[in-house]
Design a protein around this ligand. Structure first.
Ligand SMILES: C[S@@+](CC[C@H](N)C(=O)[O-])C[C@H]1O[C@@H](n2cnc3c(N)ncnc32)[C@H](O)[C@@H]1O
Length: 612
């Protein structure tokens, strides 16, 4: 359960057009009881506890938050932290799932051989499989409801001088513009920036769609401070710098301020560029430089609630701003963390304790769940609509429709009277014409407001013969995650403490690779992935904590292995391969290992002998 709900400021902005087919999460339930109409529940922003899990660099106010945008807003609001500039690049409702390539690293035990061979060989032999990072398939109504709630929550934590940039495209952008007018007020609309780019595929049906829209609003356009920020003095582009315009001429991004609202001179991030992190949908640093310089000054707080690869935080840090990065996916948190570590940034990593131990990210959790619930068939039976996640066939009850809340959508996570009312008064009535064949439904919840009260509500209001069973989804999730296993040894006799990783085993990766291999074999497409006995090629990152033996992680020594096998030591890139060892000057208390898909385990050095 959230600790509490923080109310939204619902002061309406008068005279705005409204999108009539979305309910807007401020849901008021009206229901009849003995001919009396009751109204109840107006949810606010759910506030959950946050745990600090890591501290990087000096003590600092910069934050990296793993959790949903809404939870981050609740935390900021509760702690009175105000944002001066928000940039968000949320899912675009593009109808696609985004995946990340997971690269098998080089096995340290073979590294020497590889090095020699590589002198002759090109580095194109990388072996990889894909992992889903986030899903972007929505109905328009669901998306707009969700976005409305996010925008309302974000507005709550914007300072009076703050600006917001919302980056979208043709899929849903124009609807969100109307929503933003409603939330922020038309008079606070500054511009619709059109970012034009080239590259990518070309549609045969339409004129090529080669621009994104970035809606730029301020919280209060009449604040004197904000207006001087978004109308900065014009400067000329210098022709000597590092960027390249589409006409081939060069300019210096450092010196620029925008001169128009159509930006044609910022190329998209490409996989060859130095800044590329491999995170799908990564935006270029130049874009964020322009936005951050336009609407903030040094020491202001810049926040990205859908932070992805960490581009906003990285550029904000480069430009002397404070930053907050938030994202729901573990890969985002790790990518941003490592990227910020490389530039010596200081920050804390916080994790929202929302009761849902997400497996890497919501979409992978949903995928896992479908295989974890006994007998669940997600192919929808005739007449069972998309509200239901799937069905279970049971000898006593026959077909049992199963509801699982969409974990990507925070408005669906908590089972409250509003939600159950919808289920018993609408969804299960759809089964009226099943001739009594549906006798039971199962409703999974992640979080429940008051189970007894909800059960009472069902008893009093369910006018069908269908049984409604409530089940806690977390009990299923507990079985989803099986920790990786590492075997390591510590040598204290050298000048440094030397930890050797002897072997590594990941059940989760094994399953993934087996799945990949069997598909490969079926389609007889190329090589299968062959993992060595010691499994060291499945490791992406190793860290030693010599400061704390529990609680907040402090990385006193770390090695990251990139997809080509080259290592960074404490954030500094090298041209070395990993040798299976990590050293530290101080006696290590804990060891952390991250596998190539982002799962992490922490082991204590319980067996350490005292040096003296
Ligand atoms: C388009 S990507 C952002 C890319 C980012 N601008 C960059 O340059 O790397 C959208 C991100 O939103 C995250 N996301 C999706 N739903 C979220 C939510 N409710 N709260 C926070 N992050 C979310 C996804 O994990 C994904 O990383």
């Amino acid at each position: 359960m959230p600790i509490k709900y923080i109310p939204y400021d619902k002061t309406p902005v008068k005279g705005q057009a409204l999108l009539n087919n979305i309910t807007r999460s401020q849901r008021v339930l009206s229901y009849k009881d003995n001919d009396k109409v009751y109204e109840r529940i107006q949810r606010g922003i759910p506030y959950y506890e946050l745990n600090e899990i890591e501290s990087v660099g000096e003590s600092s106010d910069n934050l990296v938050i793993r959790g949903e945008c809404l939870s981050a807003c609740a935390y900021l609001k509760e702690n009175d932290i105000k944002i001066d500039l928000v940039y968000i690049d949320p899912p675009f409702a593009s109808g696609a799932d985004y995946a990340k390539k997971v690269y098998i690293r080089k096995n340290p035990k073979l590294a020497d051989k590889i090095k020699k061979a590589e002198e002759k060989m090109e580095m194109d032999e990388l072996i990889a499989f894909e992992e889903k990072m986030y899903g972007d398939i929505w109905s328009k109504e669901d998306y707009l409801n969700w976005m409305y709630e996010n925008l309302m929550a974000i507005k709550e934590v914007m300072s009076d001088r703050a600006s917001i940039y919302v980056h979208l495209d043709w899929h849903i952008g124009h609807y969100v513009k109307i929503l933003m007018d409603e939330v922020f007020g038309e008079e606070n609309f500054i511009n619709d920036i059109v970012w034009c780019y080239s590259g990518g595929g070309i549609s045969k049906k339409a004129l090529p769609r080669k621009h994104d829209n970035i809606f730029f609003y301020t919280k209060k356009s009449k604040e004197p401070h904000t207006s001087s920020l978004f109308f900065p003095p014009m400067k000329q582009y210098s022709q000597t710098g590092s960027g390249r315009r589409s006409d081939g001429s060069k300019y210096n991004l450092e010196d620029e301020t925008p001169q128009n609202d159509w930006w044609i001179d910022i190329p998209t991030e490409n996989t060859q560029s130095k800044t590329n992190t491999g995170y799908a949908t990564q935006k270029p640093e130049a874009l964020l430089q322009r936005i951050i310089k336009t609407s903030s000054t040094e020491n202001m707080v810049v926040c990205d609630f859908f932070g992805g690869s960490g581009v906003t935080a990285k550029v904000a840090n480069d430009l002397g701003r404070k930053f907050i990065h938030c994202d729901i996916g573990i890969n985002s948190i790790q990518t941003a963390r490592d990227r910020l570590k490389e530039v010596n940034a200081s920050f804390k990593i916080l994790e929202v304790q929302d009761g849902l131990n997400l497996f890497r990210n919501p979409i992978q959790t949903m995928d896992k769940l479908s295989s974890m619930i006994d007998g669940l068939n997600t192919a929808r039976a005739v007449g069972i609509n998309s509200f239901w996640f799937g069905t279970i066939i049971n000898s006593k009850y026959g077909t049992i429709p199963v509801y699982i809340p969409d974990l990507r959508d925070s408005t669906k996570k908590v089972l409250d009277i509003v939600a159950i009312n919808e289920i018993i008064n609408k969804e299960i009535h759809n089964f009226d014409n099943f001739n009594g064949e549906i006798k039971k439904v199962v409703i999974y919840y992640v979080d429940i407001v008051d189970k007894e009260e909800i059960e009472r509500f069902i008893k009093d209001n369910n006018q069908t013969i269908i049984d409604v069973e409530l089940k806690d989804l977390k009990s299923v999730l507990d079985f989803v995650v099986v920790d990786d296993i590492v075997n390591f040894s510590l040598d204290e006799e050298k000048i440094f403490y030397e930890v050797t990783i002897n072997s590594f085993y990941s059940d989760r990766l094994k399953q993934k690779i087996d799945e990949y291999n069997s598909k490969r074999l079926l389609t007889s497409k190329g090589k299968v992935i062959d993992i060595s006995k010691d499994g060291l090629e499945l490791i992406e990152y190793i860290s030693l904590d010599s400061t704390n033996d529990n609680g907040i992680w402090k990385s006193d020594s770390e090695i990251k292995i990139d997809k080509n096998g080259y290592i960074s030591i404490d954030g500094k890139k090298t041209k070395e391969f990993w040798n299976g060892i990590i050293t530290s000057t101080a006696k290590p208390k804990r060891l952390k290992i991250r596998n190539i898909a982002g799962d992490e385990i922490i082991q204590n050095f319980l067996i350490l002998r005292n040096r003296n």
